[in-house]
Design a protein around this ligand. Structure first.
Ligand SMILES: Nc1nc2c(ncn2[C@@H]2O[C@H](COP(=O)(O)O)[C@@H](O)[C@H]2O)c(=O)[nH]1
Ligand SMILES: [Mn+2]
Length: 256
């Protein structure tokens, strides 16, 4: 446990690499939103890997699931570790947002948090279920969420609605625009000039990042949202003007 605690302390306030980002965006009324995307960092990864192994499961994408009774010692411990990692994600995001707020000034008037890649115990149609939202966020009627497009696209603050489609999706919706091209394909297809042109045209200042995160590698968010229109209502559209990500060749010592 002490090793976990040390890990958590050391990583608090770190964002990581890949598509983890810190964005500054403006909404329709001119309010500035600080958008961050990262999760439980190495803490969640380490504990999930450990419990997967303890349950006899294999790590990887196309492997059989490891099944554990939720009322077993292992099951209870795993759920507690996952929930702790979830709380740690919230704490990390709060920390980073407040650090950015201290740098840019002003005070926070609204805050929207949401998990994805997480499991919740919920009741749907009278049934108690574990709902795993992988690449999806919870969107119960009135529940708000932050959904990004890319470093050079508008993001949105959305709210869940009540509709047959929303109910059928167990009150879940999209958590991002999603990729058009994988990381390697994006690096082969696009150039830094194209990426810079896209960002310049939209007035975005970028610090860090590589071609695999270029806007051209992603779908356009409005098209994705239109496909899921029955599950959400857009409350705010946020236009990015500054984006920070880990740069090309930067090493993240905390696997997440
Ligand atoms: N606002 C921003 N959104 C971004 C950026 N880079 C990627 N994205 C979007 O976030 C989701 C995250 O997906 P995940 O499956 O990796 O969790 C992704 O689908 C993109 O649409 C960015 O710099 N700013
Ligand atoms: Mn993510």
């Amino acid at each position: 446990m002490e090793a976990y605690r040390q890990k958590a302390v050391g990583q608090l306030g770190t964002v990581g690499s890949g598509n983890h980002y810190v964005d500054l965006m403006r909404d329709e009324a001119g309010f500035v939103w600080i958008g961050v995307h990262f999760g439980s960092r190495g803490l969640g990864h380490t504990s999930a890997t450990r419990y997967l192994k303890a349950a006899g499961g294999k790590d990887g994408m196309n492997v059989p699931p490891a099944i554990v009774d939720e009322d077993s010692e292992l099951g209870r411990r795993y759920i507690a570790a996952m929930q702790l990692a979830g709380r740690y994600s919230y704490a990390g995001r709060e920390w980073v947002v407040d650090r950015v707020r201290q740098i840019i000034g002003g005070k926070v008037t609204e805050s929207v948090h949401n998990h994805h890649n997480y499991a919740w115990r919920e009741t749907h149609d009278g049934k108690d279920l574990w709902v795993v939202r992988k690449g999806a966020t919870p969107a119960f009627p009135g529940q708000r969420g932050f959904v990004g497009g890319s470093m050079g696209d508008d993001a949105v603050i959305l709210e869940g609605v009540d509709s047959p489609e929303a109910k059928a999706s167990l009150y879940s919706t999209v958590h991002g625009a999603g990729r058009l091209f994988g990381r390697n394909e994006a690096k082969r297809r696009f150039t830094r000039e194209e990426m810079d042109r896209w960002l310049n045209e939209r007035g975005v200042t970028l610090v860090g990042a590589d071609l695999d995160e270029s806007p051209m590698a992603y779908r356009r968010l409005p098209e994705v949202l239109a496909r899921h229109a029955g599950t959400l209502k857009v409350l705010h559209t946020l236009r990015p003007f500054a984006v920070a990500m880990a740069g090309e060749g930067e090493f993240d010592p905390f696997k997440d």
